[in-house]
Design a protein around this ligand. Structure first.
Ligand code: NAD
Length: 263
């Protein structure tokens, strides 16, 4: 099939659900072969791959790499390169969060956040960049967060790691600026995925407020628009970053956050 990404191959981490799955769908619809990754039951991921393969006629694959292990992040990329012939697009999207005050966080939670949210992105990029440089084309899209640009209480490991991911993005961009490669961070506010739904549902259950009123009360102090961001709109931004039109957008941290970071 044709499409803007015909003949390209992508690794999208954390693509078994939520935003990563939306990105994988958007890339696949443009002709890109996908290596899926993340946790999900085997039937669920088989069904997604079969649906996308039959819709677009491209062979996708799934890799169960646990990205809390940096070696696995590098192996994920190497195996994808061997299977698809290249990793043209690396979307570092997997993420974890532990919402508690610092004194209530365990060291294991801190370490896991560093490992999944930052070290895996570094290790995957370390494995993917030589091939991208050799081919003279590459796109690295890092899913950071509005919390990669500003802080919030009770979220230390997440805020620290998303800021670190924005920093890593800038350095990758600087080191690859002459190589036909771009690296950018997307910084979303509240997305309409399970990730934020857990917090929202807990708040709704505690307050008993009607949906819109509760959402506004919970979300508007950080995100003035207070509407959840459609994951497909963020995937569309990721897809744009993979286009030729975005060839000179690199090293950017792009908010898509209903004016959160305009404060
Ligand atoms: P999600 O929970 O649906 O997605 C997280 C993905 O990461 C899942 O596929 C999960 O299996 C995977 N993952 C977690 N730990 C992993 C590990 N050790 N190894 C491999 N995969 C692992 O939530 P989402 O909202 O789609 O989140 C995607 C990204 O967006 C995350 O990086 C998150 O921090 C970021 N983000 C989310 C929001 C939000 O409001 N939901 C806002 C800003 C940024």
């Amino acid at each position: 099939m044709g499409g803007m990404l015909a003949g390209r191959a992508a690794v999208v981490t954390g693509s078994t659900s939520g935003l990563g799955l939306a990105m994988a769908r958007a890339f696949a619809a443009e002709g890109c072969a996908i290596t899926f990754n993340g946790f999900r039951d085997a039937d669920g991921i088989e069904a997604v791959m079969a649906e996308l393969e039959s819709a677009h006629g491209i062979a996708h694959r799934y890799d169960p790499a646990d990205l809390s292990d940096g070696d696995e992040a590098e192996r994920l990329v190497r195996d994808a390169e061997a299977a698809h012939g290249a990793v043209d697009i690396l979307a570092n999207n997997a993420g974890v969060e532990y919402i508690r005050p610092i004194e209530e966080l365990s060291v294991e939670e801190w370490d896991r956040c560093i490992a999944v949210n930052v070290t895996a992105a570094f290790r995957a990029a370390r494995a993917a960049l030589p091939g991208m440089k050799a081919r003279g084309w590459g796109r690295v899209v890092n899913t950071a967060s509005a919390l990669g640009l500003v802080g919030t209480p009770r979220d230390a490991p997440y805020v620290a790691t998303k800021h670190a991911l924005v920093g890593l993005t800038k350095v990758i961009a600087l080191e690859t600026a002459e190589d036909g490669i771009t690296c950018n961070a997307i910084c979303p506010g509240w997305i309409d995925t399970e990730f934020s739904m857990n917090t929202i549902n807990t708040f709704m259950a505690r307050t008993g407020l009607p949906w819109d009123e509760g959402l506004k009360q919970l979300v508007s102090p950080t995100q003035p628009s207070w509407r959840l961001i459609d994951r497909n709109h963020i995937a569309a931004l990721a897809l744009f970053l993979c286009s030729d039109a975005a060839a000179q957008i690199t090293g950017a941290a792009l908010p898509i956050d209903g004016a959160w970071t305009a404060h």
